[in-house]
Design a protein around this ligand. Structure first.
Ligand code: M6R
Length: 630
């Protein structure tokens, strides 16, 4: 019960803090706008007005908050702000962040979940502390404020010493996860942050600094960043910053540089981020290959695996872990690695792995796949595997993310920022990297030089093939118009195209709110065929190869039951005319390119159907870009 209440409270939020050269409010609001993609339902800001806090909070869009902010006078050069995301209930101005402590001394924004908030709240209430919201976050804030007051009064500590002591004292009492930023009326020249389980990063600017949950918040103002680790506390002024552990041990920071430009995180001339990112796929795939083929072009190579070929040779089994779309990429990796490298591969949902305690062979190599590198289920699964002593490698897009920093090595995708909630370019690049890994492992085992060269050549052709698939966009937009009114869809594919069918169904569900299911084509006869009717279109993948005829037979079974069929094929004239209502033709290519290639029409179909249904494509209801609580 308590747990459910907390989940309703805070699931997916964005944090931005700023100090000091310029007026804070436009910079904070701009940062919040850039974090909108994370998903949220209310937003708030804490600014300085003369010597006091001015807190403004609004449900709905950041734009509502911006309009509200314009009505007030505040020229302060520091502040904190937040976008809050709730699953159901509790969406109100009161529950939005930042919160202000009961004595008006501290203000705080929080991402995460304080699990023992109810007990702490009762204890504080017994001591006379009052609350204005239902959130666990306000409990943490008031606990800090209570301890701060005690430090000042009983120990006569200076404000900065007292606050850091109170913060550490409070954080040692709470159970759960947090990424927090706070500000104090007694310390107008500082913002303070701490993290455990929720990301926090310092943006190091020119006489201005940031503390945010995501580099996107300040990417237009500085490219220099310091990623905080769990258990660290940051004290940030306009010109400096200090990082310490919870035990007050100083940490010397590593300043990293963001590799992408702010334009990459802007929509440009596209109507939605999702469409922009779909069309960025030739480049994303190209980037995933840069510098990753051997000189003789017979294998792939990876700089960051941190594992010697001799050690890799000892691996008996690989376990892939991920969630959602990334889990589908894990299934693609399973198919390709088993087929080409002949290494047994298992795939588990990261969320299941963590609690299943499944027996793993000692020579198992674990891989996590995550676009954001912050998905808590994947992060905790990675930690669990590492705790058991397994080496964990990752395929991650966001450099500096927690998963990437904590794993033992891996492959960065270099897809550029993915802002649309529905993952597109990150997925195709994960599939492509899986194909390169299968070549790498295969060449380490039994694959010949000649076969390796052929696969490397095929992989290099992928960007051009994807561009050809994208040229079908107009045809797919027309198909979408015709079928957008349906409320049920089936997606069918066999072997490696089964995960692509699952992915097609997930994309449609996510952004169009249409019920969709993905099945292996031959499984249809074992149940789902009962759904077939003129009201339930099927998207059927039928690629040339061993099972092409069987796939055609499956389509025939649907047609016999008057089910509309949208076929995706590479068979050209070999695809029987009139077998399907719509036929989307793709270029023929080596199987290693099939996953990203066939994903293109799936993504475009979902996109155009969502647009037809007037859905909010980039910010679908109930969804967040990265899910940082369980
Ligand atoms: O950032 P991650 O790749 O770890 O995210 C995993 C899933 O939450 C994510 O793929 C989700 O399923 C997307 N919304 C799919 O489009």
């Amino acid at each position: 019960m308590v747990r459910l209440a907390m989940l309703c409270n805070l699931i997916m939020c964005g944090i931005v803090g700023y100090i000091c050269k310029h007026e804070a409010s436009p910079i904070l609001l701009d940062g919040l706008r850039r974090l909108e993609y994370r998903g949220y339902d209310s937003a708030g800001i804490c600014l300085w007005n003369k010597d006091q806090f001015q807190i403004l909070k609004k449900t709905g869009r950041v734009e509502n908050l911006r309009k509200e902010t314009l009505k007030h006078d505040h020229s302060g050069q520091a502040g904190i702000s937040h976008t809050r995301w709730a699953t159901h209930g509790g969406v109100s101005d009161e529950n939005a962040h930042p919160h202000i402590s009961w004595d008006n001394k501290l203000s705080m924004a929080h991402n995460g979940v304080i699990e023992n908030f109810a007990l702490i709240k009762r204890e504080l209430e017994a001591k006379g502390v009052s609350f204005t919201s239902e959130t666990d976050s306000e409990v943490l804030l008031n606990l800090i404020a209570f301890l701060y007051d005690a430090e000042l009064k009983q120990n006569h500590a200076t404000a900065d010493v007292a606050l850091l002591k109170a913060l550490r004292g409070a954080l040692s009492q709470v159970e759960g996860t947090y990424g927090i930023i706070m500000t104090c009326v007694d310390l107008p020249d500082l913002i303070i942050g701490a993290r455990k389980g929720s990301p926090l990063v310092i943006g190091v600017g020119d006489e201005e600094n940031f503390l945010a949950s995501d580099v996107t918040a300040f990417a237009g103002r500085t490219k220099s960043v310091v990623y905080l680790d769990d258990g660290q506390v940051a004290t940030v002024s306009g010109t400096d910053f200090f990082i310490t552990t919870m035990d007050d041990v100083a940490i010397s920071p590593t300043i990293d540089t963001i590799s992408w430009d702010i334009e990459d995180a802007e929509m440009g001339s596209y109507p939605h981020f999702m469409l922009k990112e779909i069309f960025e796929q030739p480049m994303a795939i190209e980037n995933s290959m840069r510098g990753r083929f051997s000189q003789d072009n017979s294998t792939a190579q990876f700089g960051g695996l941190n594992i010697a070929p001799r050690e890799l040779r000892q691996i008996d089994r690989i376990l892939f872990l991920g969630c959602g779309t990334a889990w589908h990429a894990c299934l693609i990796a399973e198919y390709l690695i088993e087929k080409y490298a002949r290494i047994p591969v298992e795939v588990e949902y990261a969320s299941e792995f963590r609690y299943r305690n499944s027996p793993l062979d000692k020579n198992t190599l674990v891989f996590t796949i995550s676009q954001s590198g912050e998905t808590i289920d994947t992060l905790e699964a990675q930690r669990e595997a590492q705790r058991k002593g397994y080496r964990v490698l990752g395929i991650t897009n966001v450099v500096g993310s927690t998963i990437a920093r904590e794993n033992d090595g891996g492959v960065f995708q270099h897809s550029g920022p993915e802002i649309g909630v529905a993952s597109t370019k990150a997925f195709s690049s994960q599939c492509h990297i899986a194909a390169m890994l299968s070549l790498y492992f295969a060449r380490m085992r039994d694959m010949s030089f000649t076969d390796g060269k052929e696969i490397a050549k095929a992989l290099k052709a992928a960007p051009g093939l994807i561009a050809q698939a994208l040229s079908r966009a107009d045809q797919i937009a027309e198909i979408a118009k015709k079928y957008a009114h349906h409320d049920d869809f089936l997606f069918l594919g066999r072997q490696m195209m089964f995960p692509i069918a699952l992915e097609g169904a997930l994309k449609l569900k996510e952004i169009s709110y249409i019920h969709a299911e993905g099945y292996p084509s031959a499984e249809m006869k074992h149940g789902p065929i009962a759904l077939i009717s003129p009201d339930c279109p099927t998207v059927a993948i039928a690629l040339k190869g061993e099972i092409f005829k069987k796939s055609l037979a499956n389509i025939q079974e649907i047609r016999a039951r008057k089910g509309p069929v949208i076929a995706i094929t590479d068979a050209g004239k070999d695809f029987p005319e009139d077998l399907a209502d719509e036929v989307i033709q793709l270029p023929e290519t080596h199987e290693v390119n099939h996953a990203p290639l066939v994903s293109i029409p799936m993504q475009l179909l979902s996109y155009y159907i969502a647009v037809e249904r007037k859905c909010d494509v980039d910010k679908p209801r109930n969804l967040a870009k990265s899910v940082t609580v369980e």
